[in-house]
Design a binder for this molecule. Sequence first.
Ligand code: GLY
Length: 318
Amino acid sequence: MSNDRVQPKLIIHGGAGSSLKGKGGVEVVRQSLYMVLKEVYPLLLAGASATEAVVKGCQLLEDDPRFNAGTGSVLQSDGQIRMSAALMDGAAQRFSGVINVSRVQNPILLAQALQDSPDRILSDHGAAELLRELELPAYDPLTEIRLQEWILERQGNFSKEMAGVVAERELVEETAGRGTIGVVVLDSFGQLAAGTSTGGKGFERIGRVSDSAMPAGNYATSQSAISCTGIGEDIINECLAARIAVRVTDGASLQAAFERSFKEAYQNQRDLGAIGLDAAGAIAWGKTSEVLLAGYHTGDTIGDTLEWNDGSLVGFVK
Ligand code: GLY
């Protein structure tokens, strides 16, 4: 690495939840996360910018039906899929995003297209119009398992005592509500970016807005970058991504900013998780939920948080 280059860092997540059972277990999720890390990290070594790497990582995670974003997004109360995504360029401190967009394979591409627009966050109709302008093909992100989850939940609403669907309902509860994907990058030029994409909470009422396309759920400056997952309302109440980033801007280390913010979130009984990086290459993650589906690449090692279960709220690696 030449003097004006730094060692790139990469951390990604595929949501948070109560268990990995509904996603196929530890090894399957690990494989999914590592595939993305192994595809994106070489791009950073080859000189990809932080935003380019974030977009590529988000696309790969959106395309993995295991995760609740893009293909495999959960259904809302009316049986429709509406997705949200955001991209924040830390160097420019510029946020862009789309809220409740349908019929697109990679919502993160819409967020990317809006980076250079004077109007940088578009909701439903505006996002659909942008989709047409960009001539992105219409795409149905529905998967069979998400449809079955929705049908079972609807049936449960009509007959709450249905004993036969208990096992399946467990699956619904694990996957819905806390799934999201996120990618945070420090590129070889020392610049940071964060991206987050989600199918939402699942079974929410029409028009509900996710944290993922808000600075509460996705935020980056020249000093730190954060992506959140978990219950959107909890993340918004904590304003978690911006809260951590502002603490770093005000002089806290990434570690101290995560520790304080997660202690507060825990005290406030929130259900959430986050991943982050700082400009010096520190990598951090945190959760108040039982499980955080995150993986990271330090340049020397690849690791993950899938079996992190020691009761601590935050973890770090340099
Ligand atoms: N964190 C994703 C959502 O609640 O929409």
